[in-house]
Write a protein that binds this ligand. Structure first.
Ligand SMILES: NC(=O)c1ccc[n+]([C@@H]2O[C@H](COP(=O)([O-])OP(=O)(O)OC[C@H]3O[C@@H](n4cnc5c(N)ncnc54)[C@H](OP(=O)(O)O)[C@@H]3O)[C@@H](O)[C@H]2O)c1
Length: 258
């Protein structure tokens, strides 16, 4: 175990400007090999992002998928095991950062919206958790932390509170939170740490810059959440030891109204 390099699997990397990418950069800097799971976006953005990590001394590989589904998650973990064999890598961190939302009034919600939320936020999250936990169970208990692995879910305000246009998103986020709590209770006795992070506010990413169009918010460190600061909390979760570990963390900027 001592000679195995730690491996972090991160699902939901997007264009490299959000939380998933910030977590990948930080875990890479901290000595983890990185397996990136993300959709293709019609190009090789995930490969470019892996190249970015590798050019700064990392050991990252892209696993591009067409869409999230339990079968795809299962075959992707098989591909990850081939690329990062358990004989040289120990998968010790898994982050399910992916989310699907449709922000619309309930009467405008389509069956396809609901199906996609179930697919991305629930069934694929179950499949991701299953693969991560099966891998963690192969690990020895770490001498440093007393655990075999850390599984982290990115949540949102909608994980605990529905609102007027969030039925699709909030139902999916509530489900992920419930899943994480059940897993934390079931697998704690195996020294597997499961954590859920409620991100309670707007994260600054290319996507949020695009739709908010609010330069004042972009500049305001009191009101925006930075992906790099969320990533720092994820590293903190991964480094927590078994005598005091967190199931749920909430993160918000200083001036968030809550
Ligand atoms: N942005 C915010 O203001 C905010 C606020 C609170 C909570 N959150 C949560 O924080 C997490 C990270 O979000 P982020 O904004 O920082 O961006 P992010 O890290 O890039 O992560 C979101 C990822 O979810 C995947 N995704 C997005 N739309 C999807 C769709 N329609 N179907 C399937 N997958 C989709 C994308 O991954 P791939 O394209 O790589 O597959 C995307 O990169 C998410 O779980 C989000 O719900 C965000």
């Amino acid at each position: 175990m001592a000679s195995l390099r730690p491996l972090a699997v991160i699902a939901g990397v997007g264009n490299g400007s959000g939380t998933g990418a910030a977590a990948a950069r930080l875990f890479s800097k901290n000595g983890y090999s990185i397996a990136l799971i993300g959709r293709s976006h019609g190009g090789d953005s995930l490969k470019k992002f892996a190249d970015e990590l590798n050019s700064s001394g990392g050991n990252a590989a892209p696993f591009t998928i067409q869409a999230y589904s339990p079968d795809t998650i299962k075959s992707t973990f098989a591909a990850i095991r081939e690329h990062f064999p358990p004989s040289s890598s120990a998968l010790t961190v898994a982050i399910y950062n992916t989310a699907f939302g449709a922000w619309k009034s309930f009467l405008d919600v389509t069956p396809e919206d609901v199906q996609e939320s179930v697919n991305v936020n629930i069934t694929s999250a179950f499949a991701f958790s299953r693969e991560a936990i099966l891998a963690f169970k192969q690990n020895e208990i770490s001498k440093d932390t007393g655990k075999r692995g850390t599984l982290i879910f990115t949540g949102a305000t909608a994980s605990i509170r529905g609102n007027v246009t969030t039925s699709v998103f909030s139902a999916g986020k509530h489900a992920k939170r419930a899943l994480s709590q059940s897993l934390a209770k079931e697998f704690g006795k195996d020294n597997i740490h499961v954590a859920h992070a409620i991100i309670d506010g707007g994260i600054i990413t290319d996507r949020t810059r695009g739709y908010r169009k609010d330069p004042e918010w972009e500049k305001d460190l009191d009101r925006r959440l930075d992906p790099e600061s969320i990533a720092a909390s994820y590293l903190y979760l991964a480094n927590q030891d078994r005598t005091a570990w967190t199931w749920e963390l909430d993160l918000r900027p200083a001036h968030e109204k809550w």
